[in-house]
Design a protein around this ligand. Structure first.
Ligand code: C5P
Length: 404
């Protein structure tokens, strides 16, 4: 069976001699059953004609945001909404720069800025442009935002020079597309709830109690679940990292707000609680800023317990997610404490990690975890938080599949 039946690819063809290979890409995508819609930029038009793109894709070609007919027939939002994946091939140095900067000055870059769909770029340019620090930095920015890249390949370039800059072969672009789309299917039609980051518990309008959680692990899990096709709501405390692509992010401050946002996001098939929720809040936060008073003793804060969001959701009698996953950040007796926590909270799995001083887990990029269930325990090797997220998302997909 063709690999991509019914999958919708929005192909953006920018300027570059490699644009002729994009015609072949359209043909191969069609052979695999994909529906292909194309945006041809002004640069792209210099290398391939709208007529050949339309003939191969069997769709109207979209060319210019300022063309009234294109905008009224199909706005840029709809172009993105009606696609499963955006592919920029060839991706010129110029389009990478505009994407990185968030510039939206034509139809292609406007769609790229407005989209919440996964994006793949196939760069093609002169080797010096590819190796220029500006292009490197732009590519790194895009990668950090979840944009995937295929190529460029090394070899003889159209400009007569040799080096990296040739657009990846059509077969490789096709493989990358298949990888991104096929992977999506595992959690298609599933709803996921993820909590992430710290909470801020107000003392008064300007002060709060917080913790060192960066949100990196929780955000990576939300992104990984979305890449597998789940409809993800991420409830995040205050963090300094960007919202993950393809995820509905709800930002909250306190534990009380986080619980309310989680309840509003239900029902869900899976809920992953990666937030570092404050155990206590200030019982009566002051309505006005507390003032220092000369000679007066420092104020005493009276604390009240916060709701346990994980336990609340795990113990729901109706509407409990099929799979509830908690985290246990421990500084000693990691496994024993995590096993006890799993039972106490009523969740299905606990992801346990050691956050004692020196492990660098809090705020760092790496994590070493154990996955603990009622009948299974796995020690995962040290890996990046992204890799932990990928692996956990795959485990979740397998478990939900087994219960379908
Ligand atoms: O009890 P402890 O804070 O160690 O439990 C950690 C787990 O419980 C994490 O999954 C965390 O997100 C969740 N939790 C919660 N609400 C709280 C406290 C913890 O959801 N108030």
């Amino acid at each position: 069976m063709p690999l991509l039946v019914g999958r919708r690819v929005l192909l953006i063809i920018t300027g570059g001699i490699a644009a002729y290979k994009s015609l072949e890409l359209i043909r191969r995508l069609r052979e695999q059953g994909a529906r292909v819609r194309c945006i041809l930029t002004r640069g792209g038009e210099q290398f391939v004609t709208p007529l050949s793109v339309a003939a191969l894709s069997e769709e109207k070609v979209f060319q210019d945001i300022f063309s009234l007919t294109d905008e009224s027939e199909m706005g840029h939002i709809r172009l993105s909404r009606e696609a499963d994946l955006l592919v920029v091939a060839p991706a010129s140095a110029n389009v990478l720069a505009r994407m990185a900067a968030g510039i939206a000055d034509d139809l292609a870059t406007t769609v790229l800025l407005a989209t919440d769909k996964p994006v793949l770029v196939a760069p093609a340019m002169n080797v010096r442009m590819w190796e220029h620090p500006a292009t490197r930095a732009n590519m790194a920015t895009l990668a950090a935002r979840g944009v995937r890249r295929v190529g460029p390949a090394a070899g003889d370039l159209a400009c007569g020079e040799t080096g990296a800059g040739r657009m990846a072969e059509v077969a490789d672009i096709l493989a990358a597309i298949a990888d991104m789309l096929a992977a999506k299917a595992l959690l298609a039609g599933r709803r996921a709830l993820v909590t992430s980051g710290p909470t801020h518990e107000p003392i008064d309008p300007v002060r709060f109690i917080a913790n060192r959680s960066s949100g990196k692990q929780g955000h990576a899990i939300a992104a990984a679940l979305a890449r597998l096709g789940a409809e993800v709501t991420l409830v995040s405390g205050p963090v300094a990292i960007p919202d993950p692509p393809g995820v509905r992010t709800v930002r909250v401050e306190s534990a009380t707000d986080m619980l309310a946002a989680c309840q509003a996001a239900l029902p869900a098939d899976v809920a992953v609680f990666a937030a570092a929720v404050a155990d206590w809040r200030v019982a009566e936060p002051a309505a006005q800023k507390r003032k220092k008073q000369e000679g007066a003793p420092p104020p005493t804060l009276s604390l009240a317990p916060n709701p346990d969001i994980l336990a609340t959701v795990a113990r729901l009698e109706t509407g409990r997610p099929t799979l509830v996953v908690g985290f246990a950040a421990e500084t000693e007796n990691v496994l024993d404490n995590a096993r006890a926590k799993r039972r106490r909270k009523g969740c299905d799995w606990i992801v346990a990690n050691d956050v004692s001083t020196g492990t660098g887990t809090f705020g760092g990029d790496d994590n070493t975890v154990h996955l603990i269930g009622a009948d299974e325990e796995e020690a995962w090797p040290p890996m990046t938080k992204e890799a932990v997220a990928e692996r956990l998302a795959e485990r979740i997909a397998l478990r939900l599949e087994a219960r379908r």
